[in-house]
Ligand binder design. Sequence first.
Ligand SMILES: Nc1ncnc2c1ncn2[C@@H]1O[C@H](COP(=O)(O)OP(=O)(O)O)[C@@H](O)[C@H]1O
Ligand SMILES: [Mg+2]
Length: 336
Amino acid sequence: MKESLKIPHDEIQKLPFLLKNLVEVCRCMNYQVDVIDRNFIKVSFTKSFFAGANGDIGINPINPHFACEVVNDKARTMQILEKEGFRVPLGKHFFISGVYSEKGKKLKDVFSYARKLGYPVFIKPNRLRAARFAEAVHSEVQLKEIVERIAEVDSIVVIQEVVNLPEYRIVSIDGEFQYSCRRLIPKIDGDGLKTIQELIQDFNTKLGRNAIDATCPYILNQFKKRRLNMNSILEKGDSLPVNSTADLRRGGSYSEYSETISNATKKWLKKISDIFNLRVIGIDVFSEGSINHPENLTIIEINHNPGHKAPPIEKVQNIIKLVCQKYFNESDIQRA
Ligand SMILES: Nc1ncnc2c1ncn2[C@@H]1O[C@H](COP(=O)(O)OP(=O)(O)O)[C@@H](O)[C@H]1O
Ligand SMILES: [Mg+2]
């Protein structure tokens, strides 16, 4: 009997999305699976194995560790991209706590730089994912508040201009384009009955630990702009964006899913994968027009473990299968 089939069905269902699909792939490829815990599974085939996990470890064993570390560092990723002539948001990083620092990049410099850029500015921690603490802030008071919160979890912040353009995710493996999709910021839709507070509560029940903060600067700024408050009733047909980030885990959604792209953008993708030496790559971009024209693209971030929430499930599993096959084939060749 295949090892993976011994795992109880409800245990598989409890796994996070990528791991669950990895188990399904193992089941059809006859790979052995051990669920170490609900965020960590071991996959073995012949004499090779890898351990996949949510988050930093990911499920792409063909990605070199060194490359993953570089793209986990947003500030350094921006530096490399800029040096290689790619468009990135205007911005800088600052050391807000910890032992490392540089002249002109200390905590106090955050505020003079934000004034120089002009509010609103975008702030995000250097290493966290899932858009945690990533915000557009409209004043020094809001900026101070969020810097203090980030200082508890990261020693570096990135401050950037706010880019107001449609956002896309583009994914490739070994320079081969896989898919793209547009990422939309989360919004609540009015029904003419519920208050904004109630609509946000409903919205948050789906998000668990990624629930949006109803007192975040983004929502407060929306209130100010539209003269609303928590007790306002949102009319039917009206909607209110509730977060400045398009991350799916924070209630964002997607559209414009596509498995085709121009040759020019394919070339652009290949160049970035080569620069970072990253084989499985998910690039977040803002696009001023079609993503088929690389000159339209401003790079927000590079991911080594894209979440694959947009593609149909067969495509998700095909991608995971491709990565596993490459890994086990290459391990065999190395051993031979
Ligand atoms: N300069 C910016 N201007 C506007 N929105 C931004 C900017 N940088 C990031 N964002 C938003 O924040 C989200 C999270 O930022 P990102 O750098 O991708 O970090 P992560 O996904 O690792 O949390 C992006 O998907 C985007 O919606
Ligand atoms: Mg991102």
